[in-house]
Design a protein around this ligand. Sequence first.
Ligand code: ATP
Ligand code: MG
Length: 564
Amino acid sequence: MSDQTGASNFIREIVTADLAAGKHGNRVVTRFPPEPNGYLHIGHAKSICLNFGLAQDTPDGVCHLRFDDTNPTTEDPEYVQAIQDDVRWLGFDWHEKMFFASDYFERLYEFAVKLIQKNLAYVDTLTAEDMRGYRGTLTEPGKNSPSRTRAAEENLDLFRRMRAGEFADGTHTLRAKIDMASPNINLRDPVLYRIRHATHYRTGSAWCLYPAYDYAHPLSDALEGITHSICTLEFEDHRPLYNWVVEQAEAPCRPQQIEFARLNLTYTVMSKRKLLELVSKKLVTGWDDPRLPTIKGLRRRGYTPEAIRAFCDHIGVAKREATVEMQLLEHFVREDLNRRSPRVMAVLRPLKIILDNYPKDQAEELEAINNPEDPAAGTRRVPFSRVLYIEQDDFREDPPKQFFRLAPGREVRLRYAYIIKCVGVTKDPQTGEITELHCTYDPATMSGASQEQRKVKATIHWVSADHAVKAEVRLYNSLLVTDLAKVPPDHDWTTYLNPASLERITNCLVEPSLQQTTPGTRYQFERLGYFCTDLDSTADAPVFNRTVSLKDAWAKIEKAQPSR
Ligand code: ATP
Ligand code: MG
């Protein structure tokens, strides 16, 4: 069994072997189980690709979308909707197998009654603080709670009254009776139910008793007939409890829990708690802020589902925790956008140039290639005239050694157009700042013309002053200035946010074909990078997000010789 790229991984191998051995009734049923307490991020995408991918690649395989909604205080229908949108956008389908753990509350309650009857669960009246004291440590065993010997009859009565709302929050819990001396702390009589007088977004006030994750999750899996329950590494030590719950509650099937390493990315945050903090403190513009590694953020920034899937396939699935460089994710979106994006010309920081020998009232429509990677994309016309704008960066009055672009007395080619020569520099008499360049063009050097002989060392992009459209461009840099793994836990992590994570440039000029752009359209701005029309864009005022830059050869050279 293999995915689109033919890559295998240890989980695929387990599933293949299980199928060959006829385990789990020859079926593969996986699930993606988000808690609807936030938006999905690129880490979730890894889990989505794995779970839906396994199902897709197996005949009759299915992957359920299950909302793990057992916590009334943090969950919200907004998240339920956003999660569905994102899974679909990533290119996966649950084929109507969408479930909610909250739909199982009654059955989970019945399983708990069974555990009490089997003398495998008891109602505890220890306070949370005392319970911590009784739990022991990694090196010392725990102590039995005085409630542990309560008779089944009394436990049943108390549990029923807990459900009926007779007790306040925190006064009673239902605990599994396993082993307070177990070296695995998860098995020291874990809490199965807590009292919480809270309204749940789906069940309203029907319940004041909510199941713990370690209890609800295995039983939800079992109720849905999940064969392989794939989760992240931190649940490895919970696996004995998972198996205990499924076995002792006599659940209808025995899903197999398999753990894999979660995705970590450099210079960003992926905990939902931290993402929520950024959003609620308005440190970003929302869950879809293009600086965030959320699916909505990446999408708004211009990422494609194909690029995200290719990245997830590439990083694979392993048992060992590792941090992946953000540059790798960027590499995959660059590759994908290179294939699919039409090329256009845009000038982010305009410098005016006047072609002294170009007729004043003349304009030409020059042919430009839409995508050299895709001949079917055809060509378009770009207007050319006497006054143009080029990038400020493409001119140096006093060019350093390896700078081959425009400089006084020097020639460069204008993309799809002529060779020009800089013959004069005009400066503001007060500030000394360059205000415009005077150039001449050579009419015999039209790009692609057969008589073209002359070689120039650089080709630069441009827009025509009379035809260009004013636009805002948003450049994004890393969200954080350091990796949070390196930050002491008592530091306020938000102080490590990168103040330059968003750079807005409002007086950019783009070629006129971008006048009619619609949000979500992706382009390569020649020589600058890949850009995507933002949601804030209007017909009068287009706005573009930089998805990712092109690899910039000059920036590398400049970095390599700082003492020039
Ligand atoms: P929190 O950030 O609050 O710990 P969570 O990221 O675990 O929450 P869930 O909604 O429980 O959020 O996640 C749904 C599924 O996605 C889980 O099965 C989880 O294992 C998986 N998942 C979450 N984060 C990652 C990640 N960084 N890499 C891989 N899988 C992940
Ligand atoms: Mg979780």
